[in-house]
Design a binder for this molecule. Structure first.
Ligand SMILES: Cc1ncc(COP(=O)(O)O)c(C=O)c1O
Length: 446
């Protein structure tokens, strides 16, 4: 069967260009989320036509490629239609600027020489090296939690842990804004799943009371994040842990964005809230602060760790993180836990503060009440967000628009990611460009 791929020159149907432009700017991407029809190779053609219209109109913020190193403070990015953006880079995740740190690069080269570019297989089938053990030990010390299992990505850590530990007669209670990996793990586990209002500990208490009124036998897992990166806010974790204990529930915290980047010693929000070592399941990602891809589970339970290592899908059926990734995470961890790490945390916090204050002074709405490396700037309606995103790319700022399905359709935002090595000039240029382009977009969209 052949598929006709529509292009901007041959769109689906013969709709006038102005209508297609308006659709590109305004239509909800969720229209395409559920499609039906017997032919899987053609039933997404309408989606592709719409995507091409968005690309053509410079209203498509996705799949751009870095032509320079991705995590330098200034970068060059090119869109599918050839729009080149050259300027301050607030679109990458390297909170402590460790991707170019000499100790990190040396560790990567050494691991490549010692162990080669790939592991023998999954963690279950020979995927570990001596560096894996050292990394597990180091993470366990930093989180004061004895048992650690490594995963190939942060996504796999959240998904694999929940999916393997919870079963049909159990309950999972997630913050309504939990990351995709946690939601998918919950959905795949077969347990009964409920969502509670974002950050609302009293809502957690009500849900737990309801669950325990009818079921005292099943396990209950409450799931939240140290910092919610789309919103730059954090739960009252110590109180939440107390509520879980009251109702015989367990707590899981995803520390992808805060571990290493926040807290005096880099222990993230668990350290800030004084509960390092007390949470039942801590999952995290290396991809924000530890200069590589990969993830982990840390737990005080030896049996839970072994069980997840055997039954957590990516532990057995996906190749382990490579020796280079493991060595990079280990070298980054040693910087994170040193005095240099503390200096870098102070630096990234100063960058985030300058951004927050500068944007607020221009009348823009900066979201969240936690100074963390992620600075979300609320736009609101999606058409304005898409229009501003196109203007910002042309003006020379690398910053990502976040729109549906990641956030609600009336809550589009730019998510700026600060790095320790951003200069004042990078920050001030970003503020100027955002301010000018968002104003212009608001004028255009009306
Ligand atoms: C809270 C949270 N957990 C997990 C992940 C996944 O991490 P990774 O990209 O390393 O797989 C992310 C990244 O987007 C995240 O924000």
């Amino acid at each position: 069967m052949t598929t006709t791929v529509p292009t901007s020159a041959t769109p689906a149907g013969a709709r006038p260009l102005d209508d297609r432009r308006a659709d590109a700017r305004e239509k909800d991407i969720m229209r395409f989320r559920t499609v039906s029809g017997p032919d899987l190779t053609t039933r997404n053609d309408a989606y592709l036509a719409w995507q091409l219209d968005r690309q053509q109109a410079e209203l498509w913020p996705y799949f751009r490629r870095y032509e320079s190193a991705a995590l330098t403070t200034r970068a060059t990015v090119v869109s599918d239609t050839g729009v080149v953006t050259q300027g301050p880079n607030f679109g990458g995740q390297d909170y402590l600027s460790l991707t170019a740190h000499p100790a990190v690069l040396d560790a990567a080269h050494q691991a490549l020489r010692d162990y080669g570019p790939l592991t023998a297989g999954s963690p279950a089938l020979g995927g570990a090296t001596p560096i894996s053990k050292a990394l597990e030990t180091g993470l366990g010390e930093a989180l004061r939690t004895e048992h650690v299992a490594l995963f190939p990505t942060g996504w796999a850590a959240g998904f694999g842990t929940i999916r393997s530990l919870l079963h049909r007669r159990d309950h999972i209670l997630l913050d309504r804004l939990s990351h995709d990996s946690l939601r998918q793990g919950a959905a795949a586990s077969g347990a009964s799943v409920e969502f509670f209002r974002h950050l609302d500990n009293e809502a957690v208490r009500r849900h737990l009371r309801g669950i325990r009124a009818t079921d005292t036998a099943g396990a209950v897992l409450v799931v939240t994040e140290g910092v919610f990166s789309m919103d730059s806010d954090t739960p009252q974790l110590a109180e939440l842990l107390g509520i879980c204990r009251e109702y015989g529930a367990h707590l899981m915290v995803d520390v992808a964005h805060d571990f290493g980047a926040m807290g005096e010693r880099g222990g993230g929000q668990l350290e800030v809230h004084g509960i390092l070592g007390e949470v039942d399941f801590v999952v995290g990602a290396f991809s924000k602060t530890f200069a590589t891809t990969g993830g982990f589970l840390a737990t005080p339970s030896a049996s839970a760790r072994e069980y997840v290592r055997m039954f957590g899908g990516p532990q057995t059926f996906s190749s382990a993180i490579t020796p280079v990734q493991t060595a990079v995470a280990l070298a980054a961890l040693s910087v994170v836990t040193s005095a240099e790490g503390a200096r870098r945390r102070t630096a990234v916090s100063a960058v985030a503060t300058r951004l927050r204050e500068g944007l607020t002074a221009r009348g823009l709405e900066v979201m969240g009440d936690v100074v963390c490396p992620v600075v979300p700037v609320l736009i609101g309606d999606t058409p304005t967000g898409r229009t501003a995103s196109g203007l910002i790319a042309r003006a020379g700022l690398v910053a990502h628009l976040v729109e549906q399905p990641a956030v609600a359709s009336d809550a589009a935002r730019f998510r700026l990611q600060a790095m320790a090595e951003h200069s004042d000039d990078d920050v001030d240029t970003a503020i100027d460009i955002l301010d000018t382009c968002i104003r212009e977009a608001r004028r255009t969209v009306g």
